[in-house]
Write a protein that binds this ligand. Structure first.
Ligand code: MG
Length: 375
């Protein structure tokens, strides 16, 4: 690992774990967190959860697992360039989507709507908070505690956003949402690496699916610029390779811009510790021009891919699966295995949300078929 900058998080000075444990031997504290995440059940389930396209639509589309790996890889490059702790940034990246429901954002929106309408006392469903809940409470791998007992710094990074109401209940990791301060730089870059990863791979998957076209993408400055550059160098390049060359170059441009801008912000604010980073304004950022181009890309994907009628059809079906399961389980908890039943109504709604959120796309489809089959 490259030298740690003074503003990086240092595993020797972690704010610690929720339950005391002896320090690891042969690994640092953040490596241990990364390893715990890779070995947990929720991590393996990411393989069968949708990013944009439902898992069984095609073997080449991203899933939450490959998305998380791409985020980690981009985040590690950034960490190394900036003198940050690579293991921490990798741990945060690999864990950031652990709380995702089946069927991507549609699944999460529907589960939240169900919780709010049908169990208003239970406090809704936030996928980001659920990622923290997975590592804090839901994994069952240790004799002495629930969850994975990760370091504060990893948990801080996993919780990207959170309502004030929930923040009050979370203790240490919730504090920054009340004091309106920032998380570590490792967390900030993992968050932006997420954005770089999904913007680019959704273009790739969108083109592969045929729902968006190269011609449409030409209206985006960042795409048009790199398209022209690749075309100039390789005028006869076949389409798949052309797309791969453009996307590779776009990721590179975004990573370099983010590195330079962040370094400039660090030079300006001179944080001398991770806590000074937390007290400063957000330091990890794109330049103004790159921010504009990245926003245009996001907006394009929203309008042309995520709201494409074929994606909407897919997500409408997915929403009804989630809702029908939630309603059926809430009406009659006897449909649930013993381990998901609770005596109290609010706790029952939460346990159902945990159960549904943990499902993969195909498991949810199978479960729905079993609950509703007319035989
Ligand atoms: Mg993500």
């Amino acid at each position: 690992m490259a030298d740690l900058a003074p503003y990086a998080c240092n595993p020797e000075h972690t704010r610690g774990r929720r339950y005391d444990e002896a320090p690891p031997v042969g690994r640092n504290q953040f490596q241990r967190d990364r390893d715990r995440i890779i070995h947990c059940n929720a991590f393996r389930l990411l393989e069968y959860k949708t990013q944009v396209f439902v898992n069984h639509e095609g073997d080449l589309f991203r899933t939450r697992l490959t998305h998380s790996l791409e985020v980690a890889q981009i985040a590690r490059t950034l960490a190394r360039n900036l003198g940050l702790h690579e293991d921490l940034t990798e741990a945060i990246s690999l864990a950031h989507d652990l709380g995702h429901t089946p069927f991507g954002h549609a699944g999460q929106d529907e589960l939240n709507a169900c919780m709010r309408e049908l169990a208003p006392e239970a406090g809704g469903f936030e996928h980001n908070l659920q990622s923290l809940r997975v590592v804090d409470e839901l994994e069952e791998r240790y004799a002495a505690f629930n969850g994975l007992n990760l370091c504060f710094e990893t948990r801080e990074g996993i919780l990207k956003h959170c309502s004030v109401k929930h923040a009050r209940l979370l203790g240490d990791v919730g504090e920054r949402f009340l004091s309106r301060t920032q998380p570590s730089l490792e967390a900030q870059i993992a968050n932006l690496a997420d954005e770089i990863a999904y913007n680019n791979h959704d273009i790739d998957d969108g083109l592969r699916s045929g729902l968006i076209t190269i011609e449409q993408l030409q209206m985006l400055e960042i795409f048009a610029t790199h398209h022209a550059q690749v075309k100039r160098k390789y005028p006869r390049l076949e389409k798949r390779r052309l797309i791969a060359e453009i996307i590779r170059a776009m990721i590179n441009t975004l990573v370099l811009d983010l590195t330079e801008t962040t370094l400039a912000n660090i030079r300006e604010h001179r944080p001398d510790s991770a806590d000074a980073v937390r007290a400063a304004p957000p330091l990890a950022a794109f330049s103004a021009s790159m921010r504009r181009q990245a926003d245009a890309l996001k907006h394009f994907l929203l309008e042309n891919l995520y709201r494409h009628y074929r994606v909407i059809r897919m997500t409408t079906k997915a929403r009804s699966i989630i809702r029908e399961l939630f309603v059926a389980f809430l009406d009659d908890p006897r449909l649930l295995a013993e381990e998901h039943r609770r005596g109290d109504e609010v706790a029952q709604a939460r346990a159902i949300a945990d159960y549904i959120a943990g499902m993969t796309d195909r498991y949810a489809i199978r479960e729905h078929r079993q609950v509703f089959k007319m035989e």
